[in-house]
Design a protein around this ligand. Sequence first.
Ligand code: FAD
Ligand code: NAP
Length: 319
Amino acid sequence: MTETFLTDILILGAGPAGYTAAIYAARANLKPILVTGLQPGGQLTITNEIENFPGFANPVQGPWLMEQMAEQAKNVGTVIHYDLITQCNLSTPKKDDPYFTFHADSGNIYKARSAIIATGAQARWLGLEAETRLQGFGVSACATCDGFFYRGKKVAVIGGGNSAVEEALYLTHHADHVTLIHRRDSLKAEKIQQDRLFNNPKISILWNSVVEDILADGNPPVVTGLALRDVVKNESYQIAVDGVFVAIGHTPNTKIFNDQIELDNEGYIITTPGTTKTSVPGIYAAGDVQDKHYRQAITAAGTGCMAALEAERFLASST
Ligand code: FAD
Ligand code: NAP
């Protein structure tokens, strides 16, 4: 049997942004409902050690950290629903019906006076079988998260945009050598970033090259190299590396908000600078769904906190 739930505040997403928003909203007595989506815990559930989330002297496991956040949100009064929002109506609520409407996969309907969108983003991958198998074993999409593990080693970065260049430059602080691999003969990244890349003695570039396979040895596996193809010469070749960082862009989870809320040309939710306000009053966005620059658990949690405080003020001013 399907149900309709009424709430002051609905939180979409169970990553660091969603859980932090829930903790703050629950502690403000707003009795939030949080809908988890298909990945309760969010992106950190697919990684192992987290070393950069403050509060832990030693590395913690991603899934464990997210279980703790879920428990904390529940303990202060958040109601968690394991469901997926598939459709929404964010047209400005009317006086006689002050609710935004959200439809879930289960058939349930949520009517909320305000909502926090914290549906995250997903790294784009090349689509190789080895890439999935070796994630956490030498293949990563986040240099800030995993670069530290490659001190004194050789790594490769795939991509030619700002992210790839930024990842490559960042990795030079840890790795001995960084090879940037790009499928064309020119970069998409900003010129100033390109200059930094070209002038860095620890970085070399392989142009016109695509990754055909990621090579690994052992059990548990350890990445040993890349099988590449030069698309101009149509020649296959291999290089030895200890780690591979895929940086070919991210896709924010905003499909269901198309035509409902203002998104930028890459699909990220646009927020008023310095706030989590979206183009619809009463709807807030936190975490990776509105952030293409930092994409960290702590920044997601920080904006989750901001969103809950802003929603609380909105609710107080509209009653
Ligand atoms: P996410 O964690 O992406 O969570 C999104 C949530 O939204 C999920 O629960 C999902 O199920 C839900 N959702 C999606 N669509 C819907 C919908 N339609 N309805 C309801 N719910 C929905 N950061 C660090 O700070 N340190 C690290 O060491 C680190 N390591 C990482 C390792 C890996 C492999 C990856 C991929 C990322 C890593 N990050 C790390 C980045 C960090 O995970 C993200 O920045 C952070 O998780 C973003 O949090 P978020 O809450 O915005 O979104
Ligand atoms: P992006 O600009 O879309 O660049 C993606 C890169 O990956 C492109 O070079 C693309 O190649 C390559 N690529 C895509 N699919 C590929 C595939 N299947 N195989 C091999 N290569 C592939 O993504 P981004 O670098 O993540 O940047 C996203 C946005 O965030 C941009 O607007 C960027 O400016 C912004 N950003 C800004 C900063 C900053 O200002 N400091 C930092 C990071 C990101 P082609 O070039 O051939 O298309």
